[in-house]
Design a protein around this ligand. Structure first.
Ligand code: PLP
Length: 363
C-alpha cells in the first residue's frame, strides 16, 4: 500500500459540489476582490473564533507581519517567541525589524510558560504564542505573564483552528490572533490565504487599511500599507469548508485516537495532551531516537512521513546574524532531531490508518 503524507484532492472530493458551486458563483459575480464573499467569510470566521472582528489577508505570514506592524513593534523592540516553531512565526517579527527572543518548549512542544519571565527585558513589547501541531499552548499562564508585564499577546494559530485552551478558542486569547489557510492547514483554502482576528476596534480599522495600501478611501492613503487581500474565490471556498468544520475536526480526532490507541512500540514516543488544552491534530507528531532510520523504513513500506521541523529557526542560515550556535536551545534541538509526523488527512481510510499502525508497530 502507498500512503502519501497528504492527499488534498480527497478533501476537495468530499464536498466537491459545494466547492464547485461556490467558486462558480464567485466567478459569475464579476467582483473578485474585497466583496460580499469575503465580508461573509470574515463574519463567520470571527464568530467561529469568538472574536469581534476578522480581517482576511493573503497568507498566514502576512497576518503575523501585519499584526506586529499594526501594534507598531519594530526596530529596537524584542518579542518573545518559541524556539520550537515554524520559521514563519519568527519572520513575522524580524520582517518588522524587531528582535526575536527564543524560549524553549515544554513537553507538549509549545512555548514553556515557566521560561518566559527570565527573558523579559525593558525592550520586550510582546509575546508570540504558537499553538504548534494543533494543540493550544498554556494560555492561562502566558496571558497572566503578558498582563503582568503589560506586553501585547499575539497568537500564531496557523495550526490550531478551533482548538481551545480553557473555554477560549485560540486566537481569542490575545490582542491579535493570526491564521493561515494554506491548503494543508485544518481549514485550508485552495491557494494562499490567511486572516487576523481581534476584539479591538482600532486594530481592526488599522488592519483593514494595512492590507489595502494603507487606505480606507480609495486614493487617500493614511498609513504605509501593503497589498494583502483574501480574494473572493478563496473566501467563498473557505466559507464552505468552515461550514463543515465539525465533521473535518471529528475526522482528524478519529484518526489521532486510532493512532493513540493502536501505536505500541517502545521506540516511539506518542504525543501528550495538556490538561485544559484541546488538540485539533493539525499534525500527529511522534518522537523517535533513530528518526532517519524510521522514516526510511516507513518509506520502504510505502508510507510517506515528514519532519516538522528539522532545523530550528535559531540555527537556520537566515538567522545566522543573530549569532546563535548549536547547544543554545538543547530541548528545541533535541526535538528537531527526533520528531516525525505521520500521515493524517481528510479522507484517510480505516485501511490506511491500520496499515500505518501495523508498520509503525513493526519497526
Ligand atoms: C503555515 C504556518 C505559517 C505561515 O502561514 P502561510 O499561510 O503559509 O504564510 C505561520 N506559522 C505557522 C506555525 C505555520 O504552520
Amino acid at each position: 500500500m502507498k500512503i502519501n503524507f497528504n492527499q488534498l484532492d480527497r478533501g476537495y472530493q468530499k464536498y466537491k459540489d459545494e466547492y464547485d458551486k461556490a467558486a462558480i458563483s464567485a466567478l459569475e459575480s464579476g467582483w473578485y476582490i474585497l466583496g460580499n464573499k469575503l465580508a461573509k467569510f470574515e463574519e463567520k470566521f470571527a464568530h467561529f473564533i469568538g472574536s469581534k472582528y476578522c480581517v482576511g489577508l493573503n497568507s498566514g505570514l502576512d497576518a503575523l507581519i501585519l499584526a506586529f506592524r499594526a501594534l507598531e513593534i519594530g526596530i529596537g523592540d524584542e518579542v518573545i517567541v518559541p524556539a520550537n516553531t515554524y520559521i514563519a512565526s519568527v519572520l513575522g517579527i524580524s520582517e518588522n525589524g524587531a528582535t526575536p527572543i527564543f524560549v524553549e518548549p515544554d513537553e507538549y512542544y509549545n512555548l514553556d510558560a515557566e521560561k518566559i519571565e527570565e527573558k523579559i527585558t525593558e525592550k520586550t513589547k510582546a509575546i508570540l504564542a504558537v499553538h504548534l501541531y494543533g494543540q493550544a499552548a498554556n494560555m492561562t499562564k502566558i496571558k497572566e505573564i503578558a498582563d503582568k508585564y503589560q506586553l501585547y499577546l499575539i497568537e500564531d494559530c496557523a495550526q490550531s483552528h478551533g482548538a481551545k485552551h480553557g473555554d477560549t478558542v485560540t486566537g481569542a486569547w490575545g490582542d491579535i490572533g493570526c491564521f493561515s489557510f494554506y491548503p494543508t492547514k485544518n481549514i485550508g483554502a485552495f491557494g494562499d490565504s490567511g486572516a487576523i482576528v481581534t476584539n479591538n476596534d482600532e486594530i481592526y480599522e488599522k488592519m483593514k487599511m494595512l492590507r489595502n495600501y494603507g487606505s480606507k478611501m480609495k486614493y487617500q492613503n493614511e498609513i504605509l500599507g501593503v497589498n494583502s487581500r483574501l480574494d473572493e474565490i478563496q473566501a467563498a471556498l473557505l466559507s464552505v469548508k468552515l461550514s463543515h468544520y465539525s465533521e473535518l475536526r471529528n475526522e482528524r480526532t478519529y484518526i489521532a485516537s486510532k493512532y493513540l490507541q493502536g501505536l505500541k512500540n517502545s521506540k516511539i514516543e506518542l504525543p501528550e495532551i495538556r490538561n485544559l488544552s484541546e488538540h485539533v491534530w493539525h499534525l500527529f507528531i511522534v518522537s523517535v531516537a533513530e528518526r532517519d532510520v524510521f522514516q526510511k523504513y516507513l518509506l520502504e513500506n510505502g508510507i510517506a512521513t515528514q519532519c516538522h521541523y528539522p532545523i530550528p529557526p535559531h540555527l537556520s542560515e537566515a538567522y545566522g546574524y543573530l549569532g546563535y550556535k548549536l547547544g543554545d536551545y538543547p530541548i528545541t534541538e533535541s526535538y528537531a532531531n527526533s520528531v516525525v509526523s505521520l500521515p493524517l488527512y481528510d479522507g484517510m481510510t480505516d485501511q490506511e490508518i491500520e496499515y500505518v499502525i501495523e508498520k509503525v508497530n513493526g519497526f
